[in-house]
Ligand binder design. Sequence first.
Ligand code: PDD
Length: 276
Amino acid sequence: GTILVNDQFLDRVNGTVDIEDRGYQFGDGVYEVVRVYGGKMFTAKEHLTRLFESAEKIFLTLPFTLEELTGRLEKLMEDNQLDTGIIYLQVTRGASSRQHHFPDQSSAVLTAYTKEVARPVADMSAGVKAITTPDVRWLRCDIKSLNLLGNLLAKQEAVSKGGFEAILHRDKMVTEGSSSNIFIISDNTMYTHPATNLILNGITRREILKHCAAIGLQVAEKPFTLDELMNAEEVFMASTTAEVMPLTQVNDAQIANGTPGNWTRKLQEAFEEAVE
Ligand code: PDD
């Protein structure tokens, strides 16, 4: 397939990065995952704006405009004839002799590629299992940074226990998932952690918040406890790839009767309409 390296469209086998690229050595960079439905990027502006915001938060100046980047990603999709899938893109601070502090001179390195990814329809209809685990990450989870070891260790723990996602908590308060945002619904109110430094403000999360009023679901952007999670009427996670994914089991316990809840179904329908 064709990949993007800065402003070059190359065959994947011809794409190379320096072994002293700071992204490779330090995770010194930022990234995005954008959903593509029917050959079109979904919420592209929101994702690419967040990329610029993440970059600014790590004092990385991107050597292209949002419009230039959009154009390159559109060409990348076309070259790969992508219909339903994702675009992965990342920007690192580039190559320099290894040192922790930022180099005086280095040029950011942009790479992007596409991948066909089906919508997870079976899991969305049946619901999946999650586990809970302490959130041991740093205090700038609002930055979509390439440093993901805390997330990876949590996800691996989930997978090793037969789960789909790890729900993270700090002092018994749920923050987010290892690669998703977490929501509970009780008494016709949906709770989700506020968009602070402790979570990534997901684009899917923002999309869901927009649909709640239309379906008559109240919203509280308030942290909730592990106890509230376990006793919730409905629990779901949301992300670019997983969309609105019901969590019907957490650790060894079922959520309510162990099937996706009605409000979750309604949010799935509203989301479905938005992506069509
Ligand atoms: N992950 N929180 C974390 C820690 C995430 O990694 C993600 C997304 C989200 C949801 O964000 P969004 O709705 O914008 O996808 C929340 C992506 C999909 C990933 O790393 O693959």
